[in-house]
Design a protein around this ligand. Structure first.
Ligand code: ADP
Ligand code: MG
Ligand code: ZN
Length: 515
């Protein structure tokens, strides 16, 4: 019997609104002093009434649209009842029957293919709903007067979340990670959240079961098996590891003839294990009922307006970077992960495009040659941006916005490389100098003598000297071993520290040897 993983995700994303979901308190992060952003509403005082933050609603709808969901004409809030110290009202205001978005999907390209036939997959989005976050508990072993205690910080209570629920369409830990990375990129592109998992701005529950399939991978039955739900994973790595662990654990249970029952588990990052928390609660356990203090929302006006305001999404941006500029797929994916990187790369290419047209008037009319040259430059640019520039920034702990090199100067640098005015070894040095000084690449190249600028005499002198110093090798060349010419080119390049042009050097060697 073969078993494959069936995975569905529930993701909470914190919305970056200025104030909380139902009260005017500021939506602060962990940096704020505990219990300084609270009021009677978000601490659940009797008689305090919630009022909906219109921006939270709009950001939620925008997220729904970006995930290709249908936005119904009406949504409403419900009370989800459970008791926990971080939930002062004894219920969470959430959405159950009438969420803000339904029935969407996300297209994913899986870069390094793990499972055949799943290079381009479509993951169903069941729903997106709004809800308020809970407060934060701190378990303090030395607590108060040296006794263990639980402290509660209500700053996070009532801050706005969206919950995104996927269909059980994912099939591997890697696919789940790719989905979350794409989701983060989308949330950033539409500016509703920075969706940083390490900061708790995006948190993920993983639902996973195994399914019996035949040799071709077709399911042997229609109904899915019982799943376990792993709660509150807060890094991509934890998601991948927890799924991989759970696949193993459940496989062993099937093999032992005792398949898993529905349960809720937690992830212990140190032990690298999922641990049983409780048997799974169902929606009946929460006794959902309509929130009487908030009227239902009419979404039709916001829906029309926000559709037209939807910015370019990462998948479209990737496609555009590939087709418009000719960026390689991997580079396009890298740039579109971060708006600042994308803008930088596009500005560099804009400059290069203008330069191309200025070097050759024929290119102005567009056409195939322009595209070919653009693609060549895009490839060159990708290499220098993603490996060299990105590497230097990491070394220096800087973001691309803090780079001391303007896109104009970076493009100029690339024209020097492309025209072979400087070789790539010296190019590496030049980039460091540009980063250190913020200076102009042509000026820096001149002052530090990095260009392939050997004057006619200098080149012929170096060649002459080396030919005279190696009479046996010269004799070998004369005897027909032409590959030794390359050895001389290498010597000349080394001696001139890359300032010679290798093609000119070879010409000079052949000229002097008359071969
Ligand atoms: P809840 O967890 O709140 O009870 P649902 O029953 O709607 O909500 O399921 C939530 C998530 O579990 C969804 O992402 C769904 O795709 C996933 N899921 C449901 N059934 C299975 C299953 N048998 N195996 C794996 N994932 C599942
Ligand atoms: Mg759940
Ligand atoms: Zn408040």
């Amino acid at each position: 019997m073969k078993l494959i993983p069936i995975i569905g995700l529930e993701i909470h994303v914190q919305l970056n609104t200025a104030s909380k979901m139902f009260c005017p308190c500021p939506n602060v992060d962990d940096g704020a002093l505990p219990n300084t952003a609270i009021c009677p509403i978000c601490t659940g005082q009797p008689g305090a009434l919630p009022a909906l933050n219109a921006t939270a609603l709009e950001k939620g709808i925008l997220a729904g649209l970006a995930l290709s969901c249908r936005i119904p004409s009406q949504s409403a809030f419900d009370r989800k009842n459970y008791f926990y110290p971080d939930l002062p009202k004894g219920y969470q205001i959430s959405q159950f029957a009438l969420p803000i978005a339904l029935g969407g999907s996300m297209e994913l390209e899986i870069p390094e293919q793990v499972l055949p036939g799943r290079e381009n997959i479509k993951i169903g989005i069941t729903r997106v709903h709004l809800e308020e976050d809970a407060a934060k508990n701190f378990h303090a072993p030395q607590g108060l007067n040296g006794r263990p205690a639980t402290l509660v910080d209500y700053n996070r209570a009532g801050t706005p979340l969206i919950e995104i629920v996927t269909e059980p369409d994912l099939r591997s830990p890697f696919e789940a990670k790719c989905f979350l990375q794409e989701l983060r990129a989308i949330m950033r592109a539409i500016k509703v959240s920075n969706a940083d998992m390490e900061k708790g701005q995006m948190r993920c529950d993983v639902n996973i079961s195994l399914l019996e399939v035949d040799g071709q991978g077709f399911p042997l039955k229609e109904k899915l098996n019982a799943r376990t739900e792993i709660k509150n994973l807060n890094s991509f790595r934890a998601v991948e590891r927890a799924i991989a662990y759970e696949v193993q654990r459940q496989t062993a249970m099937y093999e032992a003839g005792t398949p898993p029952v529905e349960s809720t588990r937690g992830w212990d990052d140190n032990q690298g294990k999922t641990l049983e928390q409780r048997t799974k609660e169902t929606s009946a356990d929460y006794r959902y009922f309509p929130e009487p203090d908030l009227p239902p929302q009419d979404l039709s006006e916001a829906r029309e307006r926000l559709v037209s305001e939807l910015p370019e999404l990462p998948a479209d941006a990737r496609r555009r970077l590939e087709t418009e500029w000719g960026f390689p797929t991997a580079a396009a994916a890298f740039f579109t992960l971060d708006e600042a990187w994308q803008n930088y790369a596009e500005e560099v290419m804009g400059e290069l495009g203008a330069w191309l047209e200025s070097t050759d008037p024929k290119l102005k009319s567009g056409g195939d040659i322009l595209m070919t040259r653009k693609a060549e430059l895009a490839k060159l640019a990708s290499g220098w941006l993603t490996s060299k520039l990105a590497g230097l920034l990491v070394e220096r702990g800087l973001t691309i916005s803090q780079a001391n090199i303007t896109p104009e100067n970076f493009a100029e640098f690339l024209t020097l490389i492309d025209s072979k005015v400087i070789n790539s070894t010296n190019g590496q040095k030049l980039i460091q100098l540009m980063m250190d000084s913020g200076g102009d690449p042509s000026d820096l190249m001149e002052t530090h003598n990095l260009g392939q600028n050997l004057k006619g005499n200098e080149l012929s002198d170096v060649v002459k000297r080396n030919l005279e110093a190696n009479p046996e090798k010269v004799a070998d060349i004369k005897a027909g071993k032409m590959q030794i010419i390359k050895w001389f080119v290498g010597v000349v390049m080394r001696e001139t520290e890359g300032r010679a042009n290798p093609i000119q050097a070879e010409e000079e060697i052949r000229k002097q040897l008359e071969v």
